[in-house]
Write a protein that binds this ligand. Structure first.
Ligand code: HEM
Length: 547
């Protein structure tokens, strides 16, 4: 913004018919906006012609300025120091100078030590609000490609997504361009729990060479998208895709994959996973949606219902669990059903949380599905579904832990500005205790997550399904309990502001509503905890456990 004003210029615009205010050295013309200001026009008029920074920061968070700056800022004060120009939150800050190592210690450092050289600090450097490697902790898991991807996503999220997420959530949809952009940026091709699918995309990811892509890049993508603090948004852009597409890529026949995958990965077509039914959730082996082979053996005829299907309302493809055989897990198959097959209908469901994710009820009535759309082998779909669950649960864990951090980060920031009983909230020990309990659970869970991602990276898929299934289930429960705890504690810190929608406590209020969407699907806490012990003991018995 090139216009420069003196304080005298600003002071001459203090009346309702020409109302300017100053925030952090920038000048805003709020004449027309005053009538629409949710806090009222009088409050703006009282600070007309003046520096209103203190009042502004009392009632708003950074998101508001980002959203309105483009429309309302007309210039800056001549006294605004150049260095005070707001730096983007994502900009890397200079790394503190390392203390030179004594010679003997340096000689002892092995080459593997070199690989784990700490990366530059990144973000706002609030302890525990980001993973510790953002604050230049040493880590064996991340390198420069992860740092570059992190900066790329954060920049996009902060400029194109964050300011609008609340609007989208209230409207219960995210503009299609955002999903398209996920494809254009090459993000979708990296979210499949496989190597980067470069053969099928027009634009690969800018900051990471395809051959270097690993599961930590995938984790980072989900993690940074989750900083929006909206389960609805995250599920909109990766929810259906992240669980519906991997079975097609891993087990679909090549002609099917070649036909549909480019459209999906480039963001033109959408796909979701349809397993849950009105009467079968985690109990997948008992699902009833039936698929009967036609007499000529060319089609399956599908009849049944699916419920709580994320993204179903706008999906072009449904990776659907059907019963092709007898009762139990050995009669289940996966079929790719396409929206334009006659007999497919969808309706939106109204739910407690994740509003913009498009939770859907689907009915299939005599839908004719070509046998070429069978994913994997007939009656062997259960294994495909189980393998997929690990990927789904890891996604849920990543999101829950970042949402927990969002609750924590919002609370730390608010506690540092809100005053009660003559003190800032952060000066009350009871508030610090709440923050401490949030932080310890987040960090412990996140460190376990990193370990499991590393194991997934090293083990083959079948080995991972067997050996990690129990631990992943346990961590899923741990992550959702942590999320619920953090949402509750943040809500107590924000008080009334997290009881009403929008505004400073808006993210916390929304996340509080999103909790159940994480604690129930993908395996409820109860089922996860039971599975964690059953599965771990079963596998350990096979691999030599001595009791
Ligand atoms: C560029 C200038 C401003 C913009 C764009 C703006 C925008 C907004 C918005 C969008 C809200 C709704 C709540 C939210 O989403 O946070 C709001 C609420 C509010 N604003 Fe402003 N505002 C501005 C300046 C100010 C100033 C200077 C004051 C005080 C002197 C003020 C006082 C308030 C109050 C008291 C509320 C209600 C807060 C609540 O519900 O708890 N605003 N403003």
């Amino acid at each position: 913004m090139s216009n420069i004003f003196t304080q005298a210029d600003v002071s001459s615009h203090s009346k309702p018919d020409s109302l300017w205010i100053v925030i952090d050295g920038d000048v805003y013309d709020v004449t027309k906006f005053a009538d629409d200001h949710p806090g009222g026009k009088k409050i703006l008029q009282r600070v007309g012609g003046k520096d209103a920074s203190k009042q502004f920061w009392k009632y708003h968070n950074e998101g508001i300025l980002k959203k309105y700056q483009g429309k309302l800022q007309i210039g800056s004060l001549d006294t605004k120091p150049k260095a005070a120009a707001p730096a983007p939150a994502a900009a890397p800050t200079p790394k503190p100078k390392a203390t030179p190592k004594p010679k003997a210690a340096a000689a002892a450092a092995s080459s593997s030590h070199e690989e784990s050289e700490a990366l530059e600090p990144f973000g706002q450097l609030i302890p525990f609000a980001d993973p510790s490697w953002y604050q230049s902790y040493h880590s064996p898991y991340y390198n420069e490609t992860h740092a570059a991807l992190r900066a790329e996503i954060r920049e996009w999220v902060e400029t194109a997504i964050d300011p609008y997420v609340t609007e989208w959530d209230e409207k219960k949809e995210v503009p299609h361009e955002i999903y398209k952009e996920m494809g254009k940026r090459g993000y979708l091709a990296g979210l499949l729990g496989t190597k980067y699918q470069s053969n099928y995309v027009e634009n690969p990811i800018k900051s990471v060479p395809a051959e270097k892509w690993d599961l930590f890049h995938e984790m980072l993508l989900t993690d940074e998208l989750s900083r929006t603090g909206s389960g609805g948004f995250v599920w909109n852009v990766i929810g259906g895709f992240g669980i519906g597409c991997p079975p097609v890529v891993k087990f679909g026949k090549k002609p099917l994959v070649d036909r549909i995958l480019p459209g999906i990965l480039n963001g033109d077509k959408r796909i979701c996973l349809a397993i849950t039914e009105p009467d079968a959730g985690s109990d997948v082996a008992n699902l009833t949606c039936e698929a009967k082979l036609s007499e000529d053996g060319k089609h399956y005829i599908v009849n049944g219902e699916k419920k709580w299907i994320t993204n179903g309302i706008w999906s072009d493809y449904f990776t659907t669990a059907v019963r092709t055989g007898g009762p139990g897990m050995n009669g289940v198959s996966l079929l790719l059903i396409e929206r334009d097959f006659p007999g497919v209908s969808t309706r939106r469901m109204d739910c407690q949380g994740v509003w913009s994710s498009g939770t859907t009820y689907i009915t299939f009535e005599d839908v004719k599905v070509p046998v070429e759309n069978l994913i994997g082998k007939e009656n062997q779909g259960f294994r495909v579904i189980m393998t997929n669950f690990n990927h789904e649960r890891i996604g849920i864990i990543i999101q829950c832990l970042r949402f927990s951090r969002v609750c924590y980060e919002e609370s730390v920031k608010y506690a540092n500005k809100r005053r009660t009983f003559g003190k800032k909230l952060i000066e009350h020990p009871v508030i610090r205790l709440k923050l401490a309990h949030m932080a310890r659970q987040i960090e412990a869970s996140y460190n376990w997550l990193e370990n499991l991602i590393y194991q997934c990276e090293k083990m083959g898929e079948t080995e991972a399904m067997l050996r990690l299934g129990g631990a992943i289930a346990s961590l899923k429960a741990q992550a959702t309990v942590t999320f619920e705890f953090c949402a509750r504690e943040a809500s107590q810190i924000f008080g009334g502001l997290s009881y009403s929608r929008g505004g400073q406590g808006g993210k916390v209020e929304r996340l509080y509503r999103d909790v159940r969407a994480y604690a129930i699907p993908g395996g409820s806490e109860e089922i996860m905890l039971d599975l964690s012990i059953r599965q771990s003991l079963r596998v350990a018995k096979m691999t030599g456990m001595k009791l």
